[in-house]
Design a protein around this ligand. Structure first.
Ligand SMILES: [Zn+2]
Length: 301
């Protein structure tokens, strides 16, 4: 495994140079190096592949008329994702559509470079599309930092996707489910992945439902911002109610992606778990309720 991970790293160097002057091909953060360790690509089920890094998910749904890529991780993840697509046996130039969970630098930072390599169309929710075009989050984002946000390369063109809209590339498709809370434009995606024998499963690519913010942000609202705790709760409920045979969260650790991979056998695909989305949502609900209780206690002082 270790050798293959190193091989993937070298394969990345063979990808044509994509970072022209002024383009953001690397961001620094305390967690970034740990998140960005190479991961050998693996089939999740049927035509769905995990092509992300060890701690940042990216999923490739392959099809005869072109492929769909969900997320691009960090800017510095882009060559690793391109190498993983190649190692899985596919061509980055056949990626026709890239969609995003939420536009923070650790999930969208690699999208501009992957878009340049593939020529793919990029689609996102209205709020996320604005961030992707601006290259940074706005003050409505819980992690907005008035002293300076972590910027990503701005994208010139981002198509808008609406709640429950399905985007097709030939016979394959992904459906958007707006799940605001972690960011205003947060989007959970669902799609059917199928084996060659026609056996299919519904995979949910679940956006973060984690109430993480910069200091001073209140999900319960304040003088400057509306209460978003209700819509956040609704998002969690929505994820719990989705048809869901397999859940993959944007941070693989939240749904134990690597643990499921390690325990998978020929007899049992441990990714298949019809309770996966409900379990993921139940964990998120606990974190959100704890956060809301803290905020209300502070306000009561
Ligand atoms: Zn985030």
């Amino acid at each position: 495994m270790k050798y293959l991970a190193v091989a993937a790293l070298f394969a990345a160097a063979a990808v044509p140079a994509f970072a022209a002057d002024g383009e953001i091909d690397n961001v620094k953060c305390s967690m970034c190096d740990g998140w960005n360790k190479p991961q050998k690509p693996f089939r999740i089920f049927g035509n769905a592949w995990y092509v992300g890094t060890t701690e940042l998910s990216a999923v490739l749904l392959t099809g005869p008329k072109g492929h769909i890529l969900l997320d691009g991780a960090l800017p510095q993840s882009a060559p690793l994702i391109a190498a993983s697509i190649k190692e899985a046996g596919y061509d980055i130039e056949d990626v026709k559509l890239i969609v995003n969970s939420h536009p923070h630098y650790d999930h969208a930072g690699g999208i501009p470079a992957l878009q340049r390599m593939s020529g793919a169309r990029v689609a996102a929710s209205p709020a996320s599309a604005k961030v992707l075009r601006d290259g940074e989050v706005g003050p409505d984002d819980p992690q907005f930092d008035p002293k300076g946000n972590t910027r990503i390369d701005p994208l010139k063109k981002v198509a808008i996707v609406r709640d429950r809209e399905t985007l097709y590339i030939g016979p394959i498709s992904v459906t958007a489910h707006m799940t605001p809370g972690h960011t205003p434009g947060s989007t959970t995606w669902s799609f059917r992945a199928c084996e060659a024998d026609g056996h299919c499963k519904t995979i949910v690519y679940a956006d973060s439902l984690n109430p993480v913010s910069t200091n001073g942000f209140h999900y319960t609202g304040d003088r400057n911002r509306p209460d978003i705790s209700t819509s956040f709760r609704d998002s969690i409920r929505k994820v719990a109610s989705l048809k869901c045979d397999i859940v993959i969260s944007v941070h693989p650790g939240f749904t134990d992606t690597m643990g499921k991979l390690a325990s998978r056998t020929d007899a049992e695909n441990t990714f298949v778990d019809v309770e996966g989305c409900r379990d993921y949502a139940a964990d998120a609900r606990k974190r959100l309720e704890k956060r809301i209780a803290t905020e209300l206690a502070e306000k009561g002082k």
